[in-house]
Design a protein around this ligand. Structure first.
Ligand code: PMV
Length: 321
C-alpha cells in the first residue's frame, strides 16, 4: 500500500502574530519571526487502506470526530491530486498536544509534507507555505529550519530561513506548567482580540518595528538585544489578550514564578530570555553553555511539571515513503 511519513518540529515565535487579516484564508495580520526546534516532533503517516470509506484522522491514537483544522489543507491537496482515494492520516506528537507548545504548527507541517508526497501533488515551496497556512497560521514556519521569518506584505505571505541552526546554535528549555488542552483556541482568541482589544490596532501598527529590531539582532548574533525585543513583544501580545473582552489569560501561577526566575538569572548575567505563547508554558532561550544551569534552576520551580530541552532544528521532511 502506498504511504508516506513526514516529521516536523514545533516552532516558537520570538516576534509573534496574534490576529488575522483574513479569517477564512487564515492569513495573519502581521509578520512573525520564529525558531524551529529539534527534540519535539510531530510525525504524520498518510496511507490509503482499501476498505476506508472516508478520510480519517487519528491523532495520538484517537480517531478524531472530524478533520477539524486539517480539513482545508487536505481538501486543497486532494482536489489537485491525480489520486482519488480516501486517506488515513495518523499523527503522533511526542509532547503535549494543544497546550501552547505549537503542536498545530508541527502537526500541520508534517501533514502537508506527507500528503504532498503521497498524493504526488509536487507543490512549489510557495504553494506549500500557502497550503500549510490553511491549517494553521504558524505552520508554514515549521516547514523551515533555524530562524524563520514569515513575512506578511500586502498581497503575499512568504516564509524563509533567515539564519541556519549552525550559524547561531541556541538552546530552548521548555518549562511545562500544565498539560491540559487550552480552554480557548488561538484561532478564537485572536478573533476576540481583533474585535475587542482597545490596543489591538497599536499592536498591529507597531509590529513592523519589532520585526526589524529582531532581524537586526539575529543578523548580528546579539543575544541581549534579541532577548529584550522578544520579551517585550511577548508581553505586548499577552497584554492584547488580557485587554480583550472577555479577557484572555493563558498563564497560571507557575508561569509567573518561571518569569521571576528568568529575571533573577538575567540579573546574575546568565544569557537567558523567555517567551510564552497561547498557553501557560514558559520557553526559555539560552546559550548552550548555560543550558544545564538553567535546567537545574527551573526544575526546582514549584509548579514546573516537566522540562523539555531542545536545540534549534530542521524543517519538515519526509522520513519514509
Ligand atoms: O496559528 P496558530 O493557531 O498556531 O497561532 C499561533 C499563535 C501564537 O503562538 C500565540 C503566536 C505565534 O506567532 O506563534
Amino acid at each position: 500500500m502506498k504511504s508516506a511519513t513526514a516529521i516536523a518540529h514545533p516552532n516558537f515565535a520570538l516576534i509573534k502574530y496574534w490576529g488575522k487579516s483574513n479569517v477564512s484564508g487564515n492569513i495573519p495580520a502581521m509578520s512573525s519571526l520564529a525558531i524551529t526546534l529539534d527534540s519535539m516532533t510531530s510525525e504524520t503517516t498518510v496511507s490509503f487502506p482499501n476498505d476506508l470509506k472516508k478520510d480519517t484522522w487519528i491523532l495520538n491514537g484517537l480517531e478524531q470526530p472530524s478533520l477539524g483544522q486539517i480539513q482545508l489543507p487536505c481538501e486543497y491537496l486532494k482536489k489537485i491530486s491525480p489520486i482519488d482515494q480516501s486517506c488515513l492520516i495518523e499523527s503522533n506528537n511526542n509532547f503535549p498536544t494543544a497546550a501552547g507548545l505549537a503542536s498545530s504548527a508541527s502537526g500541520v507541517a508534517s501533514l502537508v509534507s506527507a500528503l504532498n508526497n503521497v498524493l504526488e501533488t509536487k507543490l512549489s515551496n510557495q504553494q506549500m507555505i500557502e497550503v500549510a497556512m490553511l491549517g494553521s497560521g504558524s505552520a508554514a514556519r515549521s516547514l523551515y529550519s533555524g530562524f524563520v521569518l514569515l513575512d506578511v506584505s500586502e498581497n503575499q505571505v512568504t516564509c524563509e530561513t533567515i539564519l541556519e541552526v549552525e550559524e547561531w546554535p541556541l538552546n530552548v528549555i521548555v518549562c511545562v506548567t500544565s498539560t491540559h488542552r487550552k480552554t480557548i483556541s488561538s484561532r478564537k482568541g485572536m478573533e476576540i482580540s481583533r474585535k475587542t482589544s482597545p490596543i489591538y490596532s497599536d499592536w498591529v501598527s507597531n509590529h513592523h518595528e519589532d520585526i526589524k529590531l529582531a532581524r537586526k539582532a539575529i543578523t548580528e548574533r546579539n543575544f541581549h538585544q534579541l532577548g529584550k525585543i522578544a520579551e517585550q513583544n511577548c508581553l505586548k501580545m499577552h497584554q492584547v489578550m488580557k485587554t480583550s473582552q472577555p479577557s484572555i489569560d493563558y498563564w497560571n501561577l507557575a508561569t509567573h514564578v518561571c518569569i521571576d526566575n528568568v529575571k533573577v538569572m538575567q540579573k546574575k548575567g546568565i544569557p537567558v530570555f523567555f517567551t510564552i505563547d497561547a498557553g501557560p508554558q514558559v520557553k526559555i532561550i539560552c546559550e548552550p553553555d548555560v543550558s544545564n544551569e538553567v535546567v537545574s534552576v527551573m526544575e526546582r520551580v514549584p509548579g514546573v511539571q516537566s522540562i523539555i530541552e531542545s536545540r534549534l532544528g530542521k524543517g519538515a521532511r519526509i522520513i519514509h515513503e
